[in-house]
Write a protein that binds this ligand. Sequence first.
Ligand SMILES: NC(=O)c1ccc[n+]([C@@H]2O[C@H](COP(=O)([O-])OP(=O)(O)OC[C@H]3O[C@@H](n4cnc5c(N)ncnc54)[C@H](OP(=O)(O)O)[C@@H]3O)[C@@H](O)[C@H]2O)c1
Length: 323
Amino acid sequence: MVTMKVLMTGATGLIGRAITKALHKREITVHYLTTNSKKIVCEENLKGFLWNPSNGTIDLESFNGVDAIINLAGSSIAQRWSKGNKAKILSSRVDSLKTLHAGLKKVDSSQIQSMVSASAIGIYPNSLSNFYDGGNTEVDNSFLGEVVEKWEQEADTFRDFDFNVTKVRIGVVLSISGGALPQMARPIKSFMGAVFGKGDQWQSWIHIDDLAEMFAFIIESKLKGVFNGVAPNPVTHEKMTKELARVLGYPLILPNIPNWFMKLILGEMSYLLFASQRVSSKRIEKKGFQFQYPNIGGALEQLYGSEIKNGESSLGSLEDELA
Ligand SMILES: NC(=O)c1ccc[n+]([C@@H]2O[C@H](COP(=O)([O-])OP(=O)(O)OC[C@H]3O[C@@H](n4cnc5c(N)ncnc54)[C@H](OP(=O)(O)O)[C@@H]3O)[C@@H](O)[C@H]2O)c1
């Protein structure tokens, strides 16, 4: 049987691991490019290859028999925005796409049908009232906006090739294995949870499984253009924090934390906590994509369900112990 083959960058990260699972469920073979030789495995449906976007090297064997490409690679945005880190955050994304593009020029790419590149909702201007559907051209006036704009411009160069190019503007990905959620849950579990600022900033989130399914859906349906990788019902930061506390079974006792205080601790990167983007999932839904977790309460209950059942972190069990 001839199975489909996808080449992925950033496959070893949080989102890449979930997409690999979603592709394997469909019996799609995954080739992936990694910068770390220790992360290379060679199995029947999963095969790693080395690359180094900072000097433009790439194992061209990775393109063999590939029908689609998924690009996720990039140094984490959630690190102190020092001059050096800022340069790394931007160059890791732009260099990855340049290296892929140059590699593709050297091989026969006629079999490739699509390329899906990760982007981020941080491109949308910070706003409490706008509702972004993906058709907007304005860019947020921040380091984040600048990075995402340049990242997308580089992805657009793949239109030179004869395949579909798609960008997925990803929101706050909810997973207990990494990303923002465990960072939000930790203080709540230590009775130190609090809302940042007024709490009215919009958080457009998505359950990791829905995002992974969305990437697989885009490839299977051969979609092109810009889609938002967010759930249908964004919430305010206050609602997100309160729902998380409810699901974890802990109270929120501390007052709201002001912007200036977080800036003192995290520097410019504290922007990530206060930026507001209310983003729509309508475009992908119109193509027939169905979300398994459309609401924040259900998504968090699914993610923390087993923890709660086991009584590991609920206030109830703590009270029982103290009684
Ligand atoms: N998680 C979110 O909430 C979220 C939201 C919006 C957008 N995104 C974007 O989606 C992408 C995937 O996110 P993620 O959460 O899965 O990230 P992640 O867990 O940090 O994984 C990113 C992967 O990129 C590769 N990478 C790291 N530094 C690199 C560098 N300097 N050059 C080339 N590759 C490098 C690494 O793969 P190797 O070590 O194998 O090389 C790593 O596994 C990222 O670009 C991120 O900005 C994520």
